[in-house]
Ligand binder design. Structure first.
Ligand SMILES: Cc1cc2nc3c(=O)[nH]c(=O)nc-3n(C[C@H](O)[C@H](O)[C@H](O)COP(=O)(O)OP(=O)(O)OC[C@H]3O[C@@H](n4cnc5c(N)ncnc54)[C@H](O)[C@@H]3O)c2cc1C
Ligand code: SF4
Length: 511
């Protein structure tokens, strides 16, 4: 009797733990396009298209490599609509004697898979996902090692030692672990960014795009610009393009934001990494080689490698360590509903409008747009972090809960009380003005704090600090802004708070 090996939509790699010792002649690889996964949040159309197209291409590649693939299409009339329903049907078709699966990237799916053994009466082995550098055991051993705080920087140093990346013996290459101080130059100094490659849709992708346009017409976002890498070859081409054209400027312009330039010096590799088309270590080794060959500066190579072996691995460790209720945390008791303009881009705050419309067009925004534009606004306006989490999960093509939730709930909204950051990432208009050109074309004046022309972020920022003083007022890293607030006279304080209240009242009444 064969072994049934379900392969999920973000497991599109030949090097899966569940395939490590599998016999091609005696294994059925089950790939399932199911409505439940496409619809449990209102995913951006481009995200659904990316995953379905990449799955179909990967199934063809597996078959070409001699694997037997049982592929269930979304439009199959017998399709039950769920993984569990499809595994039940596959068991009836193939009578396997066991199921082997690589662990999923979400607590919700893990719970469903853990129920299969009882439900189906055959052994189910769930293997740890070996595509990550830090195993669960390694992360937990680090986290349990008598630490008061789980700071990413220290975890990152462990990862550098574990992988040997950018190391000279046991010392960091270039004499420093972190070159961030040399990064983050403001947008106004930026040269013209390199043009991103397009991966033109082939017949498989075009068929998927038609399916998505009809079946998911109500979902947000556009697929008109769809050009993501959907095969291993395209992902490799994207990686090579990045190494040669964007990586040299990655460190310098990592935080810059420019009108009409959604991608700048970013890699656009998160979708390929997260669905398995590119291996994170392979990518980091290529980046290190580019630096060792003198093709890119150390601040770019180190900055990029830190995002992958530092942040990416670290947020995953936090996600699994904190448990399934992590996504419900709301340390600051923020309760305001998510404004509708997050789904439409229709707002007169130019910074938000730029980031949101670009997100709807492409299913992509770079890190600082997610953290300091859409995230910062939600934080200082007191938006419910769970509603925001569902928005991020739905709207970005690279969003899978293990990576999205800690970034949203933790890093961006401080809803976990500061596991990921020592203070909330809250800012007023001055930050946006320094790092972007958005304020230039905005109907609001970034320099004004109150009044009809004043940038709303300014009053919201102070209001956020005052509203949450009881919870975060004792944070030493916020001592300076609280001191500044206390130095304002009473009339100024009142004006600021009234401005913020008026804006928030209008926001709740907004269509
Ligand atoms: C609120 C919020 C939500 C986010 N949601 C997601 C998400 O759902 N999926 C996702 O992959 N990333 C998420 N990120 C992290 C980051 O914004 C994206 O990884 C990045 O923008 C992807 O674009 P890129 O590949 O061009 O990245 P680049 O700027 O080229 O960075 C290189 C790579 O580093 C990794 N990386 C960088 N920062 C992070 C981070 N904070 N956490 C994890 N990996 C990181 C990514 O794999 C990325 O591909 C989120 C960040 C925030 C603030
Ligand atoms: S003025 Fe304020 S609202 Fe307008 S773009 Fe600048 S920061 Fe955003």
């Amino acid at each position: 009797m064969p072994t049934l090996i379900p392969i999920l939509g973000d497991q599109l790699s030949f090097h899966l733990a569940s395939l490590a010792d599998a016999d091609r002649a005696d294994s059925i690889l089950l790939m399932m396009e199911v409505a439940e996964e496409a619809g449990y949040v209102r995913h951006h159309k481009a995200k659904i298209a990316l995953i379905l197209s990449a799955m179909r291409h990967h199934a063809a590649a597996l078959r070409a490599a001699g694997w037997q693939v049982d592929y269930i299409r979304l439009d199959d009339p017998e399709n039950s609509g769920s993984f569990t329903g499809e595994v039940a049907r596959a068991i009836a078709r193939h009578s396997p004697d066991r199921i082997i699966i690589t662990e999923p990237g979400e607590w919700r799916l893990l719970a469903a898979i853990e129920a299969w053994e009882t439900l189906f009466g055959i052994p189910v082995s769930i293997r740890e996902d070996s595509r990550f550098i830090a195993s669960h055991a390694l992360f937990n051993a680090w986290a349990d090692d008598g630490r008061k705080q789980l700071r990413m920087e220290y975890f990152y140093r462990l990862m550098r030692r574990e992988t040997g990346l950018l190391m000279e013996g046991d010392q960091p290459a270039g004499g420093q672990w972190n070159f961030d101080a040399e990064n983050r130059r403001p947008a106004r100094e930026a040269p013209v960014p390199p043009a991103q490659p397009r991966h033109e849709p082939d017949a498989v992708t075009r068929e998927v795009l038609t399916l998505v346009a009809t079946r998911f017409a109500e979902h947000p976002g556009s697929i008109d610009h769809f050009a993501f890498a959907v095969t291993r070859e395209q992902a490799e081409a994207q990686m090579l393009w990045f190494l040669n054209h964007a990586l040299p400027g990655f460190g310098d312009w990592q935080d810059a934001m420019l009108t009409g330039e959604p991608f700048l010096w970013h890699s656009l590799l998160s979708p390929a990494l997260n669905i398995g088309l590119i291996d994170p270590l392979e990518l980091c080794r290529a980046v290190e080689s580019a630096w060792r060959a003198g093709r890119v500066p150390i601040n770019a190579a180190e900055g990029f490698i830190r995002q992958i072996i530092g942040w990416r691995e670290y947020v995953r460790g936090i996600y699994w360590r904190e448990g399934p209720h992590y996504v419900e945390r709301n340390h600051l008791h923020a309760r305001r509903p998510l404004p509708d303009f997050y789904w439409t881009g229709a707002t007169d705050l130019n910074c938000l409008g730029q980031a949101l419309r670009q997100t709807l067009d492409h299913g992509y925004a770079h890190h600082i747009q997610r953290l300091m534009i859409t995230g910062n606004f939600a934080l200082i306006a007191g938006i419910d972090p769970h509603a925001l989490h569902q928005w991020y999960l739905a709207i970005y093509v690279d969003a899978f809960e293990w990576v999205e939730a800690p970034n949203t709930i933790g890093m961006s909204q401080f809803a976990d009380g500061g596991l990921l950051g020592s203070k909330p990432y809250a800012a007023g208009g001055a930050y946006v003005n320094r790092m972007s050109d958005y304020c230039r074309d905005c109907r609001y004046d970034v320099k004004q704090r109150t009044g009809p022309q004043a940038c709303p972020l300014n009053a919201l920022y102070w209001d956020f600090l005052v509203r949450n003083r009881e919870t975060i007022g004792g944070n030493p890293r916020l001592a300076m802004p609280y001191r500044s607030w206390d130095r304002f006279d009473g009339a100024t304080q009142n004006k600021i708070r009234n401005s913020a209240s008026a804006f928030l009242a209008k926001l709740e009444g907004s269509p």
